[in-house]
Write a protein that binds this ligand. Sequence first.
Ligand code: KG4
Ligand code: ZN
Length: 336
Amino acid sequence: MGPVILAIESSCDETAAAVICNGKVLNNIIASQAVHRKYGGVVPELASRAHQKNIIAVVDEAVHQAGISKSSLDAIAFTRGPGLMGALLVGASFAKGMALALGKPLIEVNHLEAHVLAHFIEEPKPAFPFLCLTVSGGHTQLIQVTDYLTMEVIGETRDDAAGEAFDKAAKLMGLPYPGGPLIDQYSQQGDPKAFSFPKTEMPGLDFSFSGIKTAFLYFLRDQKKANPNFIEENLPDLCASFQHHLVGMLLDRLEEAAKQTGIKEIGIAGGVSANSALRAQLQARASKLGWHIYLPAFEYCTDNAAMIAMAAHYKYQQGLFTSLDTVPLARYPIAQ
Ligand code: KG4
Ligand code: ZN
């Protein structure tokens, strides 16, 4: 039997644990933190406390569901970063404590590499080289992946993340946090061409979303002057138009990256990859351009520990272990 690894993820607002056996994910346990909803965003201090509260139950559940004893684990993996420092410290300290108590090796995982490696949890798996567009609440990156642990960021956002842009636009329309999924829902009944917004041009393969956020803010402000009920009366059209604009920005860059690298194996990762317009339009471009596209199951797209476990599996195979004095990194770029 191959290695059995317990992985812990605590970089933001999900406390998660998973067990992987010989490269096969056995479970994927997540405790989502509802506490942030009323604040309209993740409150770091509250995230750390909620991780402290949930982590034992989440880890116990993963081990229990795997039907193993802790002593039969071959390694303990954790998210070293990037993420919220206080939140990362909870998972890292817990993983170290377990590794020390059980006398097992420790494996650190880069959260962003793990989002990419979520593509290898289930079939069909991409062939190398492949291009991954990671779009989440905290990150927007175009990554050229040469091998499981060899990847390079070839484009990224200069300001807000794509998910952040969705969430901020939703907030401007009075929708609760996180607004991304709600924009997606309302868009189903809206006209994506009802309103148009200016495009922000960035050099190379980088992204910028602060311009569209500001343009949307001023647009709503001006419309509300003429009609105080403008948002309520046009919510589906507003959502569909904003979504159409943002998805277009993401896919235009992805198409450019595919053209420049000549890669046709294309994946998307991160919470925003759940967006139905992004999926539909990715499919349309794939048909047009001959891409093979990969869309992991939703539970592996949003923050989860199964992807951390998958990354840990590849690191274990290469003997990439971490010393017990390793500290989390709030900023932890993908190795170039
Ligand atoms: O990957 P994720 O769970 O956490 C981070 O690492 O940030 O991504 C969460 C982000 C949030 O900004 C949320 O609004 C966005 O993903 N999101 C969506 C959709 N589902 C989640 N955005 C647009 N459409 C969706 N269907
Ligand atoms: Zn993430």
